[in-house]
Design a binder for this molecule. Structure first.
Ligand code: SF4
Length: 649
């Protein structure tokens, strides 16, 4: 069913898989340039039915830094190139057009922000202007002109974006933001007057022989916001205009950020029943279900249950642009899964960086680097270390035709990812290394487990190239800059341990536990804290920063921190760990000494590289090192560096 064709408006789609718009920061000059076109083309080549380009502003007041801009004709050539590239591979292209409303920044637009009411966005905290009636007329016209540009550029459809609490049309529809008393405020029919005007104007601008969709939220999960029943009513009214060919159903708001882009802490496909409510209520428009749908089985189930007509698998296609093709070829085990980490995509975007992907380092480099080419001369490559960096290096080198031997000291592949995945709500991390493990075995890599090798043993394998991926080790001595001057020898047998040993099940602290973050602000400290809370410990998390999780994205923190606090986590901010004596931990908090009763201290900070083998081999053989043994970081950097080493082999 998922791979059967479907007609949506005037579009014939080869299947029911969609990639919805997501800002990449690959745009150039406000339009798709070569980098973004190559990114889109790769997804079209992979077999998806309908691709939606990222948010493009219809009006200068609604621009988003680095994203597309559909407010002038200057965007048309870029969109034309995108349409041609996507069409070459049999997919269809629609463009998301919208207005950010209060959630952009005047630092970028150099114009006052527009919104329904003078209510600031909780994220950018800038006061917007309440739009005047003339502004509304200008906006309606801007949507119509932007839609007409997309038709002129040769796209197949246009998507009216923004009926989503965080964007302008949602800022009108939802009473969470809209406090107006004129014809655009008050009862629901007034609050949706603007979006109704816009869909009619867009339809008039593009004509009946063009396809028009709309993306909307169906639950704000915000105090005073709209619930699903009211949004379903909105969908019915929009459908009744006869102007829309499909409705894409999203969820969440800035009051429920974790639901906007649900990560692995959420179950798969959390919004599909809400899509089903819209599907049951509308008569004309097709419905697209969205949200952490990562497997073909999940997507098929949505269609089989009659909850939607199409299924968006957006992050899955960031992780593996060839998902559809591989599924059609019966190569399910070759589909590289999106693990729902958010680290490379939405988290990167919120750091104002172009997106990438933890498991797919090729994102954003599709045109520039191309596919890994077969090696001119097969070499004997020895990879030492079977964590994500070593596995990735082995996979790519073997795919290129090299003879690869992978040696791992432990009895299992996966390295520290296996340990991190034991933490509550982090199990999907395993997907990153499981896929690599399947690939290296299929590619004929010779794998040796439980074998710790020294330089002589490596050289005895007669390698042409050695890739050292020996990882990192936790330290019993904090290394963060703020934890200078640890006064007591922190190692007290039975009293001080590491997050790694706790998560690996090698140490089981009890009673009052002080977890020390050491300024890294990563999942390491929150994961071990949660595991200890679940085991019945009283846990205080000490950090030299203002709060915990400073390196974790807001969409993940929004569900993580409330859950930890609900489980009883205590926080010790601005706290520098100094040592442990008896059952007392010594902290310095903003220059003042503090003693805390603690039965255990768990150090959950930066790791140290395990680089001895690399230095032993250096100068004796062609050798590179990748991942944590260069500098201890995350799985994203490990896979990226393993990929680079495999390509350079
Ligand atoms: Fe999925 Fe993580 Fe890649 Fe985003 S970065 S697409 S969540 S695997």
């Amino acid at each position: 069913m998922l791979f059967e064709p479907i007609t949506v408006g005037r579009m014939e789609l080869r299947n029911r898989v969609m990639v919805t718009g997501h800002v990449t920061l690959f745009a150039e000059g406000g339009a798709p340039g070569p980098r973004y076109v190559a990114y889109l083309e790769e997804r079209a080549r992979g077999g998806v039915g309908l691709i939606e380009t990222e948010f493009a502003a219809v009006h200068p007041t609604g621009r988003f830094p680095g994203a597309c801009d559909a407010s002038t004709d200057a965007c048309v050539p870029g969109y034309r190139a995108a349409a041609e590239a996507v069409h070459r591979h049999g997919a269809r292209l629609t463009a998301q057009i919208g207005h950010e409303g209060r959630q952009t920044s005047s630092a970028y637009t150099e114009l006052p922000l527009w919104s329904s009411s003078a209510v600031p966005c909780p994220v950018n905290r800038e006061m917007p202007k309440e739009m005047e009636v003339e502004d509304l007329d200008e906006l309606v016209e801007a949507y119509a002109r932007a839609a007409e540009r997309m038709r002129r550029a040769g796209l197949d459809a246009v998507t009216v974006h923004g009926l989503h609490n965080t964007y302008l049309l949602g800022q009108f529809a939802s009473p969470w933001v809209n406090r107006r008393t004129d014809a655009y405020g008050g009862p629901l029919e007034n609050r949706i007057r603007l979006v109704l005007r816009i869909v009619r104007a867009v339809r008039e601008a593009v004509g009946r022989d063009f396809t028009v969709g709309l993306q909307m939220s169906v639950a704000d999960f915000a105090p005073g916001g709209l619930d699903a029943d009211r949004y379903v009513e909105v969908a019915q009214r929009l459908d009744a205009t006869g102007c829309l060919d499909w409705i894409t159903v999203k969820c969440g708001s800035f009051a429920s950020r974790d639901l906007e882009v649900p990560d692995m802490q959420h179950p798969p496909a959390p919004w599909v029943d809400l899509a089903g409510k819209v599907k049951a209520a509308v008569r004309r428009a097709k419905v697209v279900a969205v949200g952490r749908i990562t497997t073909v089985e999940q997507a098929e189930a949505v269609l089989r249950r009659g909850l939607a007509d199409l299924v968006a698998m957006t992050r899955q296609h960031i992780a593996d642009p060839e998902t559809v093709r591989k599924a059609l070829e019966g190569r399910a085990e070759d589909i590289r899964p999106c693990i729902g980490c958010n680290q490379g995509c939405i988290d990167m975007l919120f750091r104002a960086r172009p997106i990438t992907c933890t498991v797919n380092p090729g994102v954003g480099k599709e045109g520039e680097r191309g596919r890994a080419v077969p090696a001119a001369r097969p070499r004997r490559v020895v990879v030492v270390g079977g964590g994500p960096a070593g596995l990735k290096a082995a996979e790519v080198a073997a795919r290129r035709g090299h003879l690869v031997t992978l040696v791992e000291a432990e009895e299992e592949l996966g390295g520290q990812v296996r340990v991190a995945a034991r933490a509550p709500h982090r199990g999907e991390l395993l997907g990153a290394v499981r896929w690599l493990e399947v690939q290296v075995r299929k590619l004929g890599v010779e794998v040796h487990l439980g074998r710790r090798v020294d330089a002589d043993e490596v050289l005895a394998l007669s390698p042409d190239l050695v890739v050292v991926a020996t990882g990192s080790r936790p330290t019993l001595r904090p290394v963060g800059l703020l934890n200078y001057g640890v006064e007591d020898p922190p190692v007290r047998p039975g009293r001080v341990t590491t997050a790694y040993d706790v998560l690996a099940g090698r140490c089981r602290p009890t009673g009052r536990v002080l977890v020390v973050d050491d300024g890294e602000g990563s999942w390491k400290s929150t994961s071990v804290a949660e595991a200890l809370l679940d085991a019945g410990c009283g846990v205080t998390l000490a950090t030299p920063l203002a709060t915990v999780g400073a390196s974790i994205g807001a969409h993940s923190l929004a569900v993580l921190l409330p859950r930890l606090f609900a489980k009883g986590l205590q926080l010790a901010p601005f706290a520098v760990y100094r040592g442990m004596a008896g059952r007392t931990a010594h902290l310095t908090v903003q220059g003042r000494d503090q003693r805390r009763a603690a039965d255990w201290v768990v150090l959950a900070g930066w790791h140290e590289p395990e680089a001895a083998l690399y230095f032993d081999l250096k100068g004796q053989v062609d050798v590179v090192r990748v991942g944590d043994c260069v500098a201890a970081r995350t799985v994203l950097e490990a896979i990226r560096e393993g990929d680079a080493a495999g390509r350079a082999a």
